[in-house]
Design a protein around this ligand. Structure first.
Ligand SMILES: Nc1ncnc2c1ncn2[C@@H]1O[C@H](COP(=O)(O)OP(=O)(O)OP(=O)(O)O)[C@@H](O)[C@H]1O
Ligand SMILES: [Mg+2]
Length: 364
């Protein structure tokens, strides 16, 4: 097996007068583990159905390994699709499920059986071929579905939230297994999820999608530390958000007039004086000093600590500054003990604050 690249060239999808996918250009590299991350209804499954050929785009062209897919039926494409609600055939044995796609291709039974056993070994289900799907655990059934998809030797495996039906422990275990399988086979994986942890831990690159638009395509690290839009900033991880009006940009420093006085951060996306802006600061980049203590941070503001939640290795502080709710993550050290409460001063550095034109935020 080997992966092929997937190119979307001006692909869009309209249903009546509703546009589910705005015109999109996207290149997914051969052998890449690529995730599409976004909230419910943003258009993820629609993109997958277009790539697999179950849906014809309203406009644009899909190319796989350089070949246009226009007019090519799903089963003639070098893709295989794993649906969110996978369905194994309950009356067939596990190996017959895996070999299902091979029978249609006229491959003899003995060869099908052999191939199924190889695939079952690949997903760590050696020797389970005679069982019925009902005799397997949820995670094992999921692996049978993956083996079945791989049986037709796709160059591109399309996975639509394949782990969403599993419990947390199993999901975490399967993440590692899927990643390993992708490495072993070299097949291009296009993985859809609305679970950011899943996308960030498994992917070479992540596309973040909002209302039919891919707002950013980048590595996990870059998505987290260099979000391109307010939506990406607020959808991935937690954020503190300050709103205000930009008064000046001096080189790498943007000055913003807020309800908490002037706050400063790094200007992004061409913000200019007079713009309504948002400042984003991650909870782990906000520091705390008890009121009155002098600590040199670029930005400082008074706040009230309303609640302290112990998470084990770190502590979450829920704070309030006027109308603004703020969150601080502190390492669980001697300074973040149970007596943390009341008035305090928060601070953060310019380098840890991103200033962008105000825009869509992700809903919690
Ligand atoms: N056949 C269709 N006819 C009309 N509208 C559709 C059709 N298929 C999808 N839509 C709409 O297009 C939008 C995108 O749907 P899609 O299934 O791609 O979302 P999604 O990102 O996969 O969401 P989820 O995370 O809930 O699976 C939704 O608003 C949906 O209602
Ligand atoms: Mg979907």
């Amino acid at each position: 097996m080997h992966g092929k690249d997937v190119v979307l060239d001006g692909v869009s999808m309209r249903f009546g007068d509703f546009t589910a996918v705005q015109p999109t250009d996207l290149t997914i590299e051969a052998g890449e583990f690529f995730s599409i991350l976004g909230p419910s209804g943003c258009g993820k499954t629609t993109i997958l159905r277009i790539i697999s050929g179950f849906l014809d785009p309203t406009a644009g062209d899909v190319r796989i390994g350089g070949d246009t897919m226009t007019g090519i039926r799903p089963n003639a494409r070098p893709t295989a699709l794993i649906f969110q609600n996978l369905a194994l055939f309950p009356l067939m044995s596990v190996w017959e499920n895996v070999a299902f796609g091979l029978e249609a291709r006229g491959i003899a039974k003995a060869t099908r059986r052999e191939r199924a056993e190889e695939l079952l070994a690949m997903v760590a289900l050696d020797g389970q071929g005679e069982k019925k799907p009902t005799e397997l655990s949820g995670g094992q059934r999921q692996r049978v579905a993956i083996a079945r998809a791989l049986a037709v030797e796709p160059s591109v495996l399309l996975l639509d939230e394949p782990l969403s039906a599993l419990d947390l422990k199993l999901r975490q275990h399967m993440r590692a297994e899927l990643k390993e399988l992708q490495r072993k086979t070299g097949v291009t994986f296009i993985y859809i999820t609305h679970d950011q942890g899943e996308a960030l831990t498994m992917s070479d690159r992540v596309a973040v999608m909002n209302r039919g638009v891919i707002e950013q395509v980048a590595s996990s690290d870059e998505i987290y530390s260099q979000p391109a839009t307010p939506f990406v900033a607020s959808f991935v991880g937690e954020q503190n958000v300050f709103r205000g009006r930009l008064t000046a940009v001096n080189g790498e420093v943007a000055e913003v007039e807020t309800a908490h006085g002037t706050l400063r951060g790094q200007p992004r996306n061409g913000v200019a004086a007079g713009d309504d802006v948002m400042i984003f600061v991650r909870p782990e980049r906000v520091g705390l000093s008890r009121a009155g203590a002098a600590e040199a941070r670029d930005n400082r503001l008074p706040a009230t600590i309303e609640r302290r939640d112990l998470e084990g290795p770190f502590v979450n502080l829920h704070c309030r500054a006027g109308e603004t709710s703020l969150m601080i993550h502190l390492p669980n050290s001697g300074e973040s003990g149970p007596d943390l409460a009341g008035e305090a001063e928060l601070g953060f550095q310019i380098a840890d604050a991103v200033v962008m034109p105000a825009g869509d935020l992700a809903r919690d």
